[in-house]
Design a protein around this ligand. Structure first.
Ligand SMILES: [Zn+2]
Length: 225
């Protein structure tokens, strides 16, 4: 196994793990919105626990927008919404536009098979209420990628409360990282949304579980079942 840490910016480490056996590439990111912290903590805990791929290549960016994360706000103080800044522009006066371009460079170089971004929301998902995100796997293309249904079934098999029920949610957002990257790279791009009304510990555990299920479904991690 090979491990490397690269820095997209001084406070944005990119953790790279290569298994002995070739296989798919997965890119998992969090902290694009700084008030949605469960995904950041989930990825940091997975790194501390020594997550590594059984096959293929695993890329992890725990905090995409450190300024927003430090402020515990959706955006950095005085900044733009990074998740509405894609594909970005290296020459822009706006930091988020330049940063989005760096993430685009990364995905265009890596061409991941799966890209997942970990989010959270206060709005409970209801098919009649748009937008409403929690608890969902959000995708922007039709038909729904099959991995979404399989991972949601697994999450719902292990839910502790009925209120934790997960749903798929088709909700394309044209300038979001997911949409633009899926268009450019042709990968499966997903947003994971936990409901912020749950206890932080439970949200972190759900984010970790869903990341593991995504990686198992893709074949980057061997199934523990
Ligand atoms: Zn978000």
């Amino acid at each position: 196994m090979q491990t490397e840490v690269r820095f997209i910016e001084p406070t944005i480490p990119l953790h790279i793990f290569d298994a002995e056996r070739a296989g798919p590439t997965a890119l998992i990111q969090a902290g694009i919105h700084g008030d949605e912290i469960a995904g950041v903590h989930a990825l940091e805990e997975l790194l501390e626990e020594g997550v590594y791929p059984d096959q293929g290549r695993l890329l992890i960016v725990p905090i995409m927008n450190p300024g927003a994360y430090r402020a515990r706000e959706r955006k950095a103080v005085g900044g733009l919404d990074l998740n509405r800044s894609f594909p970005g522009n290296a020459q822009s006066e706006h930091r988020e536009q330049r940063l989005a371009r760096k993430f685009m460079d990364l995905v265009e170089q890596e061409k991941p098979d799966l890209m997942a971004t970990l989010h959270e929301s206060w709005k409970r998902f209801h098919a009649d209420l748009q937008p409403s995100f929690a608890q969902t796997i959000v995708y922007g293309v039709q038909p729904m990628p099959e991995i979404v249904g399989r991972v949601i079934d697994r999450m719902n098999e292990t839910k502790q409360l009925d209120y934790e029920t997960w749903s798929p949610h088709h909700y394309p957002v044209p300038t979001s990282s997911t949409e633009v990257i899926v268009d450019r790279v042709g990968c499966t791009g997903l947003c994971i949304e936990t409901w912020m009304g749950f206890d932080l510990r439970r949200r972190i555990d759900m984010q970790k579980q869903i990341v593991r299920y995504l990686l198992e479904d893709l074949g980057v991690l061997n199934s523990k079942v």
